[in-house]
Write a protein that binds this ligand. Structure first.
Ligand code: NAD
Length: 285
């Protein structure tokens, strides 16, 4: 059911790779809610990926861009304003990649060139996007920019590696730029800290299936999926949230406020039983 929440609005969606991508779901819902959009992803992703199927379905253009390139980003904003016929009302940054994670380099054995790339792609690209947009005056008053984050920005999670540092930086950029862009143009900037979600980027995280199971058991409402994340993004792009800015907004079924759930505690106890010897002594835990 459509609520026409984005009727007449113009948006740019970065990061739709395939049907699992969170950005893919956001693009579909944005159009359903009345927006006109452009899509952007890396030239390689555009060539090799399934994004043309999405652009055909939604009748929107794809503008290839490496989000670490200021020149590419300038083209995305310029072309989008031309195609959509005016300033941009909303932007989704749904971009993340760690070469260290890909190469299975552990956090105490990082390759620093790769760390630089992780930060550039997953966090500094957000600053570049905002700086380009602001210099071009490309975002309309009360426009809304959202980037996707993860709770590893605040707490340590096994296997999340240097992406945790990238997410911390991403959330910091959201606050720092949110102040300036809000003060000067009423543009709001937020991050949505999403539950673990089985996507191409998500499946790169070590032990992803177990992490998803754990957070699902720990969250009173269970994990939020990609469709639910899209719903939240749309409300953040809509006029219903005009005074929300500079926030890390947790969209995680309550996980971020939990300490210990009954379900998780029972499961944890069971794991010890499995490792007791016949005298009840714990032999492994
Ligand atoms: N999947 C999860 O568990 C989860 C949880 C919380 C937050 N997030 C975040 O959500 C966002 C979207 O990820 P996803 O889970 O939909 O996975 P995804 O793999 O579908 O999306 C990641 C996207 O980043 C793009 N990308 C990589 N390098 C780029 C570059 N240099 N320039 C432009 N684009 C580039 C990829 O092509 C891809 O489209 C990421 O920021 C991710 O960290 C994901």
């Amino acid at each position: 059911m459509s609520y026409n929440l984005l009727k007449g609005k113009r948006g740019i969606i970065f990061g739709a790779l395939n049907e699992q991508s969170i950005a893919w779901k956001v693009a579909e819902l944005a159009v359903e809610e009345g927006a006109t959009i452009t899509l952007s992803n890396t030239p390689v992703a555009v060539r090799m990926g399934e994004i043309s199927a999405l652009s055909d379905k939604l009748n929107c253009e794809v503008i290839p861009a490496d989000a670490t390139s200021v020149e590419d980003l300038e083209v995305v904003f310029q072309r989008s304003m031309e195609i959509l016929g005016g300033k941009i009302d909303f932007v989704l940054h749904s971009i993340g990649m760690s070469p260290n994670v890909r190469k299975k380099n552990t956090y105490d054995n990082l390759d620093y060139n790769m760390l630089g790339k992780t930060l550039d792609i997953s966090a500094i690209s957000f600053h570049k996007m905002l700086q380009v947009a602001k210099k071009m005056n490309a975002i309309a008053d009360y426009g809304s920019v959202v980037a996707l984050s993860y709770i590893a920005a605040q707490r340590t999670f096994f296997g999340y590696n240097d992406m945790a540092d990238a997410k911390s930086l991403l959330e910091s950029i959201c606050r720092s730029f949110g102040y300036i862009y809000g003060r000067e143009h009423n543009v709001r900037i937020n991050t949505i800290s999403q539950s673990p979600t089985m996507t191409t980027a998500g499946s790169g995280v070590k032990g992803m299936d177990k992490l998803m199971d754990f957070s699902n058991r720990m969250s009173p409402l269970g994990n939020a999926d990609a469709d639910e994340c899209a719903n939240y993004c749309i409300t953040m792009f809509s006029d219903l949230t005009r005074k929300v800015t500079m926030q890390t907004l947790f969209h995680d079924g309550g996980f971020s406020s939990m300490g210990m759930s009954l379900r998780a505690m029972v499961q944890y106890e069971k794991s010890f039983e499995e490792y007791c010897d016949e005298n009840g002594n714990i032999i492994y835990g």
